[in-house]
Design a protein around this ligand. Structure first.
Ligand code: M6R
Length: 365
């Protein structure tokens, strides 16, 4: 039931504060992460898994890209993120020292399921993160962390993405802790910041009208180019995917520094650049990419940190995000990007909950 919302997608976007709060419940006690009720892992297990493989498709894959960036800051992990349809057919070393984490909202995605079978055969320790308890992947893999996002009806994944990022961040913290790599202040800092995420998502949702107006201004664009650096890059990927899926506009995301290596040739006044430019150590670098885009006459839409007094010199189209710990920027940045894609699609009269050519779960290879 979508209640008063015109589309399930919009309802599900609005459910995100509650979903994140629910996902943290029982997994964070005080300022400490504890997944021992769900995972029977020992320190020795965690020390043995030298290699961590994240395998997923689509939006679930982008959640793992966020996780990899966060985990790299937490401990000495050797991490790979792979799309399931590639993982299966490459000769990636998989063995008993591998922890293979499969992420699938539906738990029915054929490629992810086949990749899980392969990793299991090769002796890897397998774990699934899924929104559907008892789904095929859950039954086959056995060990699971559930994202309690509730059923997601819109074909475009939204609330399950934030739930997946939440679980993956907790998993990273927990593994780093078991391995003795996690600094107590980091655990305190990030658990406190995670507990604040629902409130910050609500702040972003309160900007809906502003984002709708922005979408009205840009609904006739030829396409969109998204840029971000570091942890601002994975939400750019997901923002571009949302636009492609539901508005049928071409949207592409690039690490901002790669722009000069080819795609800058695309830029002109009809190709807006969505720049994710949080106030962090990489801010100036991304600003220089914004300047390069402006020199090609691309309109700029910036997702910037509240209090950034300089971003207004570059563009009048700015959506401000509340400050958070740098690792958690993707959680907050994704809300305006989901809403932007939603309102662009609505302006263009697209079938938002059931976009053409797509199915909610892809059970064929
Ligand atoms: O159910 P899964 O998480 O395994 O699905 C993976 C992708 O098919 C899915 O995320 C797809 O990219 C979504 N439609 C994105 O909105």
């Amino acid at each position: 039931n979508r209640g008063a919302y015109p589309h399930f997608m919009l309802k599900e976007i609005h459910e995100q504060p509650e979903v994140v709060a629910h996902t943290l419940l029982g997994r964070v006690a005080g300022e400490s992460v504890d997944l021992s009720k769900e995972l029977g892992w020992t320190k020795e297990d965690a020390a043995k898994w030298r290699k961590i493989h994240f395998i997923a498709c689509g939006t679930s894959h982008y959640a793992t890209v966020v996780a990899a960036h966060i985990m790299e800051t937490l401990g000495n992990f050797e991490i790979r993120t792979e799309v399931a349809s590639e993982y299966r057919y490459r000769n990636i070393p998989i063995d008993e020292e591998t922890l293979a984490v499969f992420v699938s909202q539906s738990g029915e995605t054929a490629d992810t399921l086949h990749a899980a079978r392969l990793a299991k055969e090769r002796g890897a320790k397998c774990l699934v993160i899924t929104n559907v308890r008892g789904s095929t992947i859950h039954r086959e893999v056995g060990e699971a962390l559930i994202t309690p996002a509730g059923p997601e009806i819109g074909v475009a994944a939204t609330k399950t993405f934030t739930a997946q990022m939440t679980v993956l961040t907790l998993l990273g913290l927990y593994l780093a802790k078991l391995r003795g790599d996690l600094k107590p202040d980091t655990e305190r800092r990030l658990t406190a910041a995670l507990m604040d995420i629902p409130g910050k998502l609500a702040t972003m949702l309160s900007k809906e009208k502003e984002i709708e107006a922005l979408a009205r201004d840009f609904a006739d664009a030829r396409g969109f180019f998204f840029i971000g650096r570091g942890l601002a890059y994975p939400p750019a990927l997901e923002g571009a995917l949302k636009l492609k899926e539901i508005s049928y506009l071409h949207a592409e995301a690039y690490p901002a520094g790669e722009m000069k290596h080819g795609p800058i040739a695309l830029l002109d006044k009809e190709l807006p650049v969505v720049a994710l430019v949080p106030k962090n150590a990489l801010w100036e670098k991304t600003i220089s990419n914004i300047e390069e885009s402006m020199a090609r006459k691309s309109p700029i839409i910036a997702i910037a940190t509240e209090g950034d007094g300089e971003i207004g010199h570059y563009t009048k189209h700015v959506i401000f995000t509340p400050e958070t710990e740098p690792e958690l920027f993707p959680f907050i940045a994704i809300i305006p990007l989901q809403l932007f894609a939603y309102y662009i699609a609505r302006q263009r009269g697209c079938d938002i909950d059931m976009p053409r050519n797509l199915a909610k779960s892809v059970t064929v290879e």
